[in-house]
Write a protein that binds this ligand. Structure first.
Ligand code: F6R
Length: 610
């Protein structure tokens, strides 16, 4: 949701900024821009569309030689995606330039105030208000102070980087609610919305906290709070490697991330499954051991795919640990006056660890006295830092906008948490042992599913011109149906609905006409017989049945038009395996329809606005 980057050092800034923007492009790709100070002039170059458009604009100009600069890739909120609304924005004097990720909520009031002072605005953005306000408050040599005074007046969220022509050897950065990391190199700093834009330059970073401002020059950095108190920040080492964020031999990040799920899950479970003792070891939450064992209620929260994983988490926690659990959309939780009784634990699930809705909900839960846990992939992210304890996914960075390996990682972690908690409550060592053994086999089962990729592609291509699809499952496979439908719609723009298979007859069955693709997750398990009846109901109305079934199931093959087989897996762990053919279907449908798989329209990877 917008990516920002800044560089100050002794190298040419432009290539570093452009390279960084490309790494951040998954955060938004509506427009891009760069600002540097060149021969005593503030130069701003920006363009609507992808970063390649910005590159083309830069190529038509004399080479920018400056060793300082800021840049931005935009996911539009206020104002349509055009050249004028693209960042960087500048103040009326043209001496200050700013890039921003977040939303200035009181921008209308501030704009009115500034217009009253005679300032004319060029764009429709909330960001220009902040640039103009800083310019309005600026006194010579006092950039940091002007930024501080402006931010005190701002409501909303921001990660910003600011340049000033009159202080040409300085970048001022600040954050509240939007991520910002400072990479510390030898006599240089690279500040960015996330580590992917930093890792090729340095592995040493400083995580800026909410309400902090940092002033960077070539001699060093100084961090203060909004009320001007000095803060000393620790330099930390990144866990990320460059190789993890490269495509390798794959065509798309989504494809890479689907196919690396066996490895990702091995990494996720490494050292956490103790076969000999039939227990799960989760270092990140042991400090809350007693508190969680006595928890009376668990609320799981997330958005989108993370919410689907949370729904599976609810089933797992109730099944294995017999704790009342419920799932909340993070975006709804905060605004509906939730009841948090004594003994409530809240689990925030997020790949990025920066999703604004999830962050706001966890803060609300914390405020109301809940113990707050995180199930997060991005190490050091805001959600990871603000929770009382948590379990990292360790599935490696996820760059494709459609979440795949993070989903299976989230489900694997929730299964481990449920077994861990179950053993402290109702789960017998024998039952735990079976589950742990089965969990350990999941990576090889996914490997087996991935060998059917070509068959899945052929079937998908036959149906990818159909505009309405249904995804149906029951029990543990109902959230998988939701996830399958979300994957299809977000990257191939096909309308798809996921629902519990039994719900279909209460209305949605009216959507079935001749040739409507209906994807059933019909694996053997508790509700197998019922799902088979639901398949019959759709078939008799002319729907095309695509079934995900347990290997060797000839009965489903007789009913379905196409079957994708998956290895036999116990019910509670089936989502880890049954989701994989659905991820592949979405991927191949998007490819066949010529869609941009990794950068679907209107979306951004990390949603840092509410
Ligand atoms: C869908 C997808 C989104 C995210 C959601 C939450 O493929 O990626 O629905 O799952 O925006 O993001 P995180 O997990 O980063 O909080």
């Amino acid at each position: 949701m917008c990516g920002i980057i800044g560089y100050i050092g002794f190298q040419r800034a432009q290539p570093i900024l452009l390279e960084g923007l490309k790494r951040l492009e998954y955060r938004g790709y509506d427009s891009a821009g760069v600002a540097t100070i060149e021969d005593g002039r503030l130069v701003i170059v920006k363009s609507a569309g992808r970063i390649s458009n910005l590159e083309a604009c830069l190529e038509q100009r004399p080479l920018l030689q400056s060793t300082i600069g800021i840049a931005h890739t935009r996911w539009a909120t206020h104002g349509c995606p055009n050249d004028i609304n693209a960042h960087p924005h500048s103040d009326a004097s043209g001496r200050i330039a700013l890039v921003h990720n977040g939303i200035i909520e009181n921008y209308a009031t501030l704009r009115q105030y500034l217009e009253g002072k005679g300032i004319t605005f060029r764009s429709e953005t909330d960001t220009e208000v902040l640039a103009q306000l800083i310019g309005h408050l600026y006194a010579p040599g006092q950039l940091e102070s002007a930024v501080r005074q402006a931010l005190i007046q701002v409501q909303g969220t921001y990660g910003i980087a600011v340049l000033c022509l009159d202080e040409p050897d300085k970048i001022v950065v600040a954050r509240r609610g939007s991520p910002l990391i400072i990479g510390v190199g030898a006599d240089e700093y690279i500040v960015a919305s996330d580590a992917s834009a930093i890792v090729q330059h340095t592995s040493q970073v400083i995580y800026l906290s909410d309400g902090e401002i940092a002033c960077l020059d070539r001699q060093g950095l100084r961090t203060t709070t909004l009320d001007a108190r000095q803060v000393s920040k620790a330099v930390q080492s990144l866990e990320l490697t460059l190789e993890q964020i490269e495509l390798g031999g794959y065509q798309h990040y989504m494809q890479k991330e689907i196919f690396e799920q066996p490895t990702a899950l091995r990494n996720c479970m490494r050292g956490r499954l103790d076969m000999h003792e039939s227990r799960v070891v989760l270092g990140g939450i042991t400090k809350l051991d007693r508190e969680l064992a006595r928890a009376r209620r668990i609320i799981l929260m997330g958005c989108g795919t993370a919410w689907h994983a949370a729904l599976i988490g609810e089933y797992l926690l109730e099944d294995f640990a017999r704790i009342p659990a419920e799932v909340e959309y993070a975006s709804e939780f905060r605004y509906r006056n939730p009841v948090i009784e004594f003994g409530t634990a809240l689990v925030a699930i997020s790949q990025s660890g920066e999703t604004a809705d999830t962050l706001a909900a966890l803060r609300e839960g914390k405020e109301r006295g809940a113990t707050v846990l995180g199930v997060v992939n991005a190490v050091g992210s805001t959600i990871a830092r603000e929770t009382d304890a948590g379990v990292y996914l360790h599935v490696g960075p996820e760059i494709g906008v459609a979440s795949t390996k993070a989903f299976t990682g989230q489900v694997a972690v929730l299964a481990m948490v449920a077994i861990w908690l179950g053993r402290k409550r109702h789960l017998s060592p024998t039952a735990a042992e079976i589950l742990i053994r089965e969990l350990a086999r999941i990576p090889e089962r996914i490997e087996q599913v991935l060998t059917s990729a070509e068959h899945i592609r052929e079937v998908t291509e036959k149906y990818c011109d159909r505009e309405n699809w249904l995804y149906l499952g029951r029990g543990y496979n109902y959230p998988v149906a939701l996830e399958g439908a979300l994957k299809l719609k977000e990257i191939s723009y096909i309308h798809a609905e996921g629902m519990p298979a039994a719900e279909m007859k209460h209305g949605p069955i009216a959507l079935i006409s001749k040739g409507t693709p209906a994807v059933f997750i019909a694996t053997r398990g508790a509700q197998y017989g019922k799902v088979i009846s639901n398949i019959e109901e759709v078939r008799s109305r002319g729907g095309c049945i695509i079934a995900v079934a347990t290997e060797g199931d000839a009965a489903v093959a007789k009913l379905a038009d196409h079957v994708f087989y998956v290895p036999d897996t116990p019910d509670p762990l089936q989502p880890l395996v049954t989701v994989v053919p659905l991820q592949l279907m979405a991927y191949y449908a998007a490819l066949a329809r010529g869609c941009n798989v990794d950068k679907p329209r209107n979306l951004a990877k990390s949603v840092t606005v509410e």
